[in-house]
Ligand binder design. Structure first.
Ligand code: DAK
Length: 257
């Protein structure tokens, strides 16, 4: 499959998608988003792939939706456009998705990173929701995912007053998983993704589903959902293999069944 605005490759069991509009700071236009979602979903369907990594370049993960493409849009065009549906496409992904962020992750770029399951950031990463500076608010999950991640106080400052977070602040406030040097962030994210790709696939998949339930459900509903997913794993060969391997003091061999 040929793409214009992204680069796609596999590294072992990791599917790597690189946003590739460097001259526009990887601004998310319809083509890029469409290609991104298509590539991620096809990695999700590929048997040999266990985890997916999304990255940008050293200057920008993504500086948001493409303002130039959006500036003259009417409300009807925004309402009927595919931006949010494409974004929502990422929610269908069953395998773990990691964002490796260097430079700017602003607006839709920050929302894209937050749509991933984990974020590895370079020291130079900057996270922000600057929409207020162009007369709008976040529209792809920024006010919701950010508030759940960093809490109301910091989210209010970011959304209402364009406060940006350094990588260190983002780590402190719980937005990201780790901060790595600018030279090593991609390698580190790849190592994390490779580690995930070697784990029991069904347990990883249901673990992701269970954690995501915590966003949607009350505590008792979430606990109920978790329990059902937990029981379900006892129907898998991997549960038998994992526990037997522990008893035998050997490394488990996962089948994903
Ligand atoms: N869109 C289009 N082009 C962009 C861009 C963007 N978001 N960000 C940067 N660029 C372009 C610049 O225009 C410039 O292009 P040329 O002038 O060279 O042609 C090139 O990238 C380099 O940028 P700068 O010259 O500005 O570089 P600097 O290092 O000086 O500054 C910067 C980098 C990232 C701080 C700055 O470019 C900047 O502030 N960019 C805009 C950041 C921003 O405001 N982001 C939020 C966008 S709004 C929706 C839901 C959600 C959304 C949309 C729809 N629906 C529900 C339908 C999301 C909205 C957003 O994300």
């Amino acid at each position: 499959m040929a793409y214009n605005s992204i680069l796609v490759e596999t590294r072992g069991k990791v599917g790597l998608v690189t946003l590739n509009r460097p001259k526009a700071m990887n601004a998310l236009n319809a083509e890029l988003l469409h290609e991104l979602v298509q590539a991620v979903l096809s990695f999700d369907a590929e048997a040999g792939i266990g985890a997916i990594l999304i990255t940008g370049n050293e200057r920008a993960f993504a500086a948001g939706a493409d303002i130039k493409a959006m500036s003259d849009a009417t409300v009807t065009e925004m309402l009927t456009g595919s931006f949010v549906e494409l974004f929502d496409g990422l929610r269908k992904v069953k395998k773990p998705v990691i964002a490796a962020v260097a430079g700017y992750a602003l607006g839709g770029g920050c929302e894209l990173a937050m749509s991933c399951d984990m974020i590895v950031a370079a020291e130079n990463a900057r996270f922000g929701q600057p929409e207020v500076t162009i007369g709008v608010i976040p529209g792809a999950g920024g006010t919701q995912r950010l508030t759940r991640a960093v809490g109301k106080a910091i989210a209010m400052e970011m959304v209402l007053n364009n406060r940006t977070l350094s990588a260190g602040e983002a780590l402190l406030y719980g937005l990201i998983n780790r901060v790595v040097s600018n030279e090593r962030y991609l390698d580190e994210a790849l190592a994390l993704a490779s580690e995930l790709a070697e784990r029991a696939p069904l347990a990883v998949r249901l673990g992701k589903e269970a954690v995501n339930k915590a966003y949607e459900l009350s505590l008792s509903e979430g606990l109920e959902a978790e329990r059902r997913l937990f029981y379900m794993l006892f129907a898998s060969q991997d549960q038998k293999e994992g526990m037997q391997a522990f008893v035998d003091k050997r490394k488990a061999e996962w089948q994903g069944k």
